[in-house]
Ligand binder design. Structure first.
Ligand SMILES: [Zn+2]
Length: 139
């Protein structure tokens, strides 16, 4: 089978702050300069106060597993050598309801549970792109 190049995000005007921060191994989330609300994914307008004055702000990188599934089938050839892997929704500690679709990595043998505490870490996908992912925080 031929090697398939990885699917990579394409940073644009709205999302480049997120990917530039990830290259520095920082998690930045879009934050409204007018009312302080964090929101993700980035949008042109604040969901809370409708301001267009938005920027990126570094967050704690800590959260809890809100939901997850284990991928056992590769829906793109570039994922074939990563199976099985965990796709999760993580709710960040910085604001109730602030959620990120991500992966949980370095899973222990007994797996992951909803409500488990997690922290951000980063995986290089290419020379340009580091992906924010999460791992379990052990007590
Ligand atoms: Zn706002």
């Amino acid at each position: 089978m031929t090697e398939s190049p990885p699917l990579l995000p394409a940073p644009d005007e709205l999302t480049s702050f997120f990917w530039e921060a990830a290259r520095r191994h920082e998690l930045m989330i879009q934050r409204c300069s007018a009312c302080g609300t964090y929101q993700h994914p980035p949008e042109p307008v604040c969901h809370s106060c409708l301001s267009f004055d938005l920027g990126g702000a570094e967050v704690s990188g800590r959260g809890t597993v809100y939901s997850y599934t284990m991928a056992t089938q590769a829906f793109h050839p570039s994922f074939a050598d990563k199976l099985p892997f965990c796709i999760a929704v993580v709710e960040l500690d910085d604001r109730p309801g602030l959620k990120l679709l991500t992966n949980i990595v370095d899973l222990p043998a007994d797996g992951v549970n909803v409500g488990d505490p997690v922290e951000v870490c980063f995986r290089a996908l290419s020379d340009e792109i580091d992906l924010p992912v999460f791992r379990l925080v052990r007590a």
